[in-house]
Design a protein around this ligand. Structure first.
Ligand SMILES: *[C@@H]1O[C@H](CO)[C@@H](O)[C@H](O)[C@H]1NC(C)=O
Ligand SMILES: *[C@@H]1O[C@H](CO)[C@@H](O)[C@H](O)[C@H]1NC(C)=O
Ligand SMILES: *[C@@H]1O[C@H](CO)[C@@H](O)[C@H](O)[C@H]1NC(C)=O
Length: 213
């Protein structure tokens, strides 16, 4: 027969376990990407600098990187979730276009799920929560606003988030690839893309496993 003391010890232990459970902070999770946003990124790729306008538009199945290389060429990387990406330049630069098949499409808003929490760190003067995703990205998110601040890809590419406008959408007419992307005889190449970091394309720094639907 349990004595009153034994019963109260057990009761006490149950309370302690319960209280500990409530008090210990849960491990923070990175926020899902908004369904639509515009972000200006400053990117350093082994010393070569670029400014990228990122237009993420998940409901319309499209993602756009407009890449200004420092004092250089302006490149357009237009990605459709059906697997077709157009990588082109416009007047006054050479009219080039590569059509790239990337069957996994664009990143899902929850592509950071499963990231490993590493703690907090000051980066770019913001106190951030830091996560690592399967050895390809370090992802920094502002603790207070939960806005992304900085991404470091294992390829060495570093992106600093300068603006992040949730809900901003680029008008439809800007999502039209130029006519020479559709003219196979004039030299648009049809590449098959199986991941990796070719073309210096931001989203293509991310391995295919991260695109799982
Ligand atoms: C860019 O990154 C390189 C290292 O890859 C570094 O030496 C350089 O200082 C960086 N440049 C800027 C402007 O941050
Ligand atoms: C994907 O969609 C784009 C834009 O509508 C289109 O130009 C392209 O041909 C489509 N690709 C496939 C494989 O259907
Ligand atoms: C496609 O390229 C060919 C050969 O360069 C050219 O004659 C034709 O006008 C082009 N068509 C379009 C739609 O640009």
């Amino acid at each position: 027969m349990a004595s009153a003391t034994e019963v109260s010890i057990i009761f006490f232990l149950v309370i302690v376990v319960f209280v500990e459970d409530c008090w210990s902070d849960p491990v923070p999770l990175p926020g899902d990407w908004p369904q639509q946003f515009h972000s200006v990124l400053f990117i350093n790729r082994s010393g070569s600098l670029q400014k990228t306008d990122l237009w993420y538009d998940w409901p319309n199945g499209r993602n756009f990187n407009i890449i200004q290389h420092q004092l250089g060429v302006l490149k357009y990387d237009l990605e459709w979730d059906n697997g077709t990406s157009f990588y082109y330049t416009l007047d006054p630069f050479d009219k080039t276009c590569n059509v790239i098949l990337f069957e996994v499409g664009i990143l899902r808003p929850n592509w950071l799920h499963g990231a490993n929490y590493l703690g907090q760190e000051y980066v770019d003067n913001f106190l951030c929560n830091v996560w690592e995703k399967v050895d390809f990205i370090l992802y920094y998110e502002d603790v207070l606003t939960r806005t992304p601040v900085k991404w470091i890809f294992s390829s060495g590419m570093v992106a600093h988030v300068m603006t992040f406008e949730v809900g901003a959408v680029l008008e439809d007419e800007n999502w039209q690839a130029p006519v020479y992307c559709f003219n196979e005889t004039s030299g648009a190449l049809l590449d098959s893309q199986d991941g990796g970091s070719s073309h210096g394309m931001l989203m293509r720094e991310i391995p295919l496993s991260a695109y799982a639907k």
